[in-house]
Design a protein around this ligand. Sequence first.
Ligand SMILES: [Zn+2]
Ligand SMILES: [Zn+2]
Length: 423
Amino acid sequence: MKNTEARQEVSVSQGFRVMFYMMKPSETSFQTLEEVPDYVKKATPFFISLMLLELVVSWIHKGKPPGHLDDALTSVSAGVLSRLPGLFFRSVELTSYIYIWENYRLFNLPWDSPWTWSLTFLGVDFGYYWFHRMAHEVNIMWAGHQTHHSSEDYNLSTALRQSVLQIYTSWIFYSPLALFIPPSVYAVHLQFNLLYQFWIHTEVINYLGPLELILNTPSHHRVHHGTFEAENEKVVYGLTHPINTFEPIKLQFHHLFYIWTTFWATPGFFNKFSVIFKGPGWGPGKPRLGLSEEIPEVTGKEVPFSSRASQLLKIYTVVQFALMLAFYEETFADAAVLSPVTLLLRVWFIILTLTSIGFLLDQRPQAAIMETLRCLTFLMLYRFGHLKPLVPSLSSAFEIVFSICIAFWGVRSMKQLTSGPWK
Ligand SMILES: [Zn+2]
Ligand SMILES: [Zn+2]
């Protein structure tokens, strides 16, 4: 288990300021990696508060919410999924960095110097720039990054739509820093760089005047998520080939499967190599990044993919999602003291919940069966003490509600199995 005892606390003021990179070197320099706070873990209340604020501001200014419920749920799902491996391992971005630092470092810059801090700020930003650029130009890297671009809305929840796969290629771009910057300084900026990107995913902030020249702003990033021009017209967001699903596993891995099938279907060794390392739009005989005329034209009349589920079913998914989120938070808080079996079972329950919600929103034929199994799993984990009652006094009420859910979805499953497509 990771040592969490030496970790420094994060104050409310720091938790807020870190969302905008407004941190001083003196308060965020640490000698050892163990002391570096998990700023990302502490960010959940700020994510939620800012999303609620965005909702209110959008309602007042535009008379409508900043996006769609199904899209936002899917984005937060991706955020949850991308964090789950962190319960078991230190991330590849840190492990590889520490390895290089311990074996190949050339200098040892002082961890407590503001110069080291500022150099790392620039270094991580530079590494991110090249990683991000390559993530759009190299097919195998795009397999991870496409998840983030798959939202057809643009709001703060879109920022949380993170890829599970991305860190397996991004670490390469930060590794040169390990030749001279201590891991504890790098670990701080890696988190700040990620958190800064939250607030720029919004339509409620327009232009920021001179700041547009020096910072990555909401306006810049809106254009990055959509039609590739200066922001003169309404931006249409999403992938050029929409995947039209709310199913989180598919959202994460579908492009990897696409590369796999294209790889085998493309003749010739060099062509196969190009399928992996050239642009997502490449094909035999085409330039490295594909042909621009093959990109579907954006008419401005694109309709975002939306769930056909009833309002009642959507409310049901939100309630189940919120419940899962409470268990998710608790699991991260207690990770160091939970048994490996409990940890695995909880992660399994979280993945099952996200998948089932995706199935319900997609109105898949197997949705009722999936949801029955999920509710059954919940009840079992609860009974055997792998999930702690959130409100102990309501423990039996919880069990009754979930038993009703099992009965309800069980009946639906039976109907489904005997009478064809589920309505
Ligand atoms: Zn991008
Ligand atoms: Zn983005």
